[in-house]
Design a protein around this ligand. Structure first.
Ligand SMILES: Cc1ncc(C[n+]2csc(CCOP(=O)(O)OP(=O)(O)O)c2C)c(N)n1
Length: 471
C-alpha cells in the first residue's frame, strides 16, 4: 500500500512541527468526546510524534506506526483502563504509551530509568499485562475475561469488562496462541467478552512463513474489505425487525455458513473481517459494534501496513522493525563505531563455511533469520535452512527429530526465547543424548530491551555438558 495514493493517507512526515490536537489528549478519556475528524487529526499527529520520539531513542518503529489508527480507535471506543487492551509482544505500544499519560517520558524509551520498550504492569494501569515474548495475549486476555465474570458473580457492583488482545500475524503462528484459541470457546462464561484483533501486516520481523501465513493471505485476497453494510449483517440483533431477515442472510454469509467458515469460526470465534486498519472512521464504528455485542469470543481481522505513513519505514519493513537513532528527513540510521566481530557474524560465517563440505549440516531459526545470522546460510543452502516461525518449542524438537536420522542440526535461537523451549531441550534433546547444536545468541544481559530479553539462565546450560550435548 503506497500511502501517497491511499484515501486514509496520514499527513506526510515531518511537515507537522506542532501538535495542537495531540496536545489536548493526556489520557484516553480526552478522546471520547472528539469527532471522527478530530480523532483523525490526533492520529496524524500521534504518528509524527512517534517518529520524532523514536528518532531520538531508537526502538521498534515499524510495528508502532502500523497501529496508530487502531490505537486511537481502541482508546476512543473502549473504556480503558477498565476495559483491558493487551498488546501482544508489546513492541507496537509506543503510540499507546503516548496516549496514556506517558507522552512526557516518551523520549526516555529504552534508556536507563526510562520507559520500557514493551508493556509493563508496573509502568501504567493502562498496561494490564506485561509482554515482550510473543503470543501470550490471547491466553492472558481469556484469563482476564473469565476472571471478570467470576468476580461479577460474587459482587453485583462489579461490572464485566471487555478484553481486547491485539496480536500480529507473526505472533499468531506460535503454539501458545492456538492453545488459547482452542480453549476460548469452551472456557465458560466471561469468554464472550474477549475480542482478539488480528493485526495482519503480512510481516513478522522477516516475511512471515508457514501455512497459517499462507492461509491469512488467501483469506485476505479472497474477500474484499468488509464495509459497514456487511458489518450491519453481523449485528442482526441491533437492527429493526423489517430488515432482520435480509440481515440474517448477510450474517450467515459473513459467518461463513454459506461460503464455508474461516478457521477462526471453526474454532468458535465470531470472525469479522478483513477490515482496513487505517480507515479510522470505519474502525471506530466497527469497534463500537463489537463493544456492544454478546457474540464473542470475537476475532476481528484488521489489515495494516508496517511503517504506515513514514516512507522509509513503509519501503523497508524489515530494516525499520527495530531502528537505531535516525534522521527523520532522510530516514538514515546512525551507525555505532565499528567494534570486534559479533558472535552472530562469526557463527554465521563459520556455519556457512562448514556447510560447504558437510551436507549433513542443517540450520533452524524461529522467525529470526537475520538476527541469528542464518540469513547467509539460507541464501547459500536454502534446502537445508528452516525458518519455523515463532515456534521455539517446535524448533528444538524438530531439530531433535533431524538428529535421530543422522543430520547435524544447528538450532540458532536467542537465549531469552529459548527459555520457552527448556522442556524440549531437556526432554527431547538432552535425555535422549541427541547431538543438536544450540547457537544461543544474545546471551547474558542485553541492555535496552530490558529484563524480558535478558538471557538470565544461560549459566544453567553449563550443567548440560555432563550429557555430552554440544553447546
Ligand atoms: C517467543 C518470541 N520469539 C521471538 C520473538 C522476537 N520477535 C519480536 S517481534 C517478532 C515479530 C512479530 O511479528 P508480528 O506478530 O506479525 O508483529 P509485527 O511486528 O508485524 O507488528 C519477533 C519474531 C519474540 N518477541 N518472542
Amino acid at each position: 500500500m503506497d500511502s501517497s495514493q491511499d484515501k486514509n493517507a496520514p499527513s506526510p512526515i515531518p511537515t507537522l512541527g506542532r501538535f495542537p490536537a495531540l496536545d489536548r489528549v493526556e489520557y484516553p478519556a480526552d478522546l471520547r468526546n472528539l469527532s471522527v475528524e478530530q480523532l483523525k487529526q490526533v492520529a496524524d499527529e500521534l504518528r509524527a510524534e512517534t517518529v520524532d520520539a523514536v528518532s531520538t531513542t531508537g526502538g521498534h518503529l515499524g510495528a508502532s506506526l502500523g497501529v496508530v489508527e487502531l490505537t486511537v480507535a481502541l482508546h476512543a471506543v473502549f473504556d480503558t483502563p477498565d476495559d483491558k487492551v493487551i498488546w501482544d509482544v508489546g513492541h507496537q505500544a509506543y503510540p499507546h504509551k503516548i496516549l496514556t499519560g506517558r507522552r512526557d517520558r516518551i523520549r526516555t524509551l529504552r534508556q536507563p530509568g526510562g520507559l520500557s520498550g514493551f508493556t509493563r504492569r508496573a509502568e501504567s494501569k493502562y498496561d494490564p499485562f506485561g509482554a515482550a515474548h510473543s503470543s501470550t495475549s490471547i491466553s492472558a486476555g481469556l484469563g482476564m475475561a473469565v476472571a471478570h465474570h467470576l468476580r461479577a458473580e460474587e459482587d453485583p457492583s462489579y461490572r464485566e469488562r471487555n478484553v481486547i488482545a491485539v496480536i500480529g500475524d507473526g505472533s499468531i503462528s506460535a503454539g501458545m496462541a492456538y492453545e488459547a484459541m482452542n480453549n476460548a470457546a469452551v472456557a465458560g462464561p466471561g469468554a464472550e467478552r474477549l475480542i482478539v484483533i488480528l493485526n495482519d501486516n503480512e510481516m513478522s520481523i522477516a516475511p512471515p512463513v508457514g501455512a497459517m501465513s499462507n492461509y491469512l493471505s488467501r483469506l485476505m485476497s479472497s474477500r474484499k474489505f468488509m464495509g459497514l453494510r456487511e458489518l450491519a449483517g453481523k449485528f442482526v440483533k441491533k437492527l429493526p425487525a423489517p430488515v432482520e431477515r435480509t440481515a440474517r442472510k448477510a450474517d450467515e454469509y459473513a459467518r461463513g455458513m454459506i461460503t464455508g467458515g474461516t478457521l477462526f469460526e471453526e474454532l468458535g470465534f465470531y470472525y469479522v473481517g478483513p477490515v482496513d486498519g487505517h480507515d479510522l472512521p470505519q474502525l471506530v464504528s466497527i469497534l463500537r459494534n463489537l463493544r456492544d455485542t454478546d457474540n464473542g469470543p470475537i476475532m476481528l481481522h484488521v489489515i495494516t501496513e508496517k511503517g504506515h505513513g513514514y516512507q522509509p519505514a513503509e519501503k523497508a519493513g524489515d530494516k525499520y522493525h527495530a531502528v537505531a537513532k535516525f534522521n527523520v528527513v532522510t530516514g538514515e540510521q546512525k551507525k555505532g563505531p565499528a567494534g570486534p566481530p559479533s558472535y552472530t557474524s562469526v557463527f554465521s560465517r563459520e556455519l556457512t563455511r562448514r556447510a560447504a563440505t558437510d551436507n549433513k549440516i542443517a540450520a533452524i531459526t524461529a522467525a529470526m533469520p537475520s538476527g541469528t545470522g542464518l540469513d547467509a546460510f539460507a541464501k547459500a543452502y536454502p534446502d537445508r535452512f528452516f525458518d519455523v516461525g515463532i515456534a521455539e518449542q517446535h524448533a528444538v524438537t524438530f531439530a531433535a527429530g533431524m538428529a535421530t536420522e543422522g543430520l547435524r542440526p544447528f538450532c540458532a535461537i536467542y537465549s531469552t526465547f529459548l527459555q520457552r523451549a527448556y522442556d524440549q531441550v531437556m526432554h527431547d534433546v538432552v535425555l535422549q543424548k541427541l547431538p543438536v547444536r544450540f547457537a544461543i545468541d544474545r546471551a547474558g544481559l542485553v541492555g535496552a530491551d530490558g529484563a524480558t530479553h535478558a538471557g538470565s539462565f544461560d549459566a544453567d546450560f553449563s550443567h548440560l555438558r555432563q550429557f555430552r550435548v554440544i553447546l
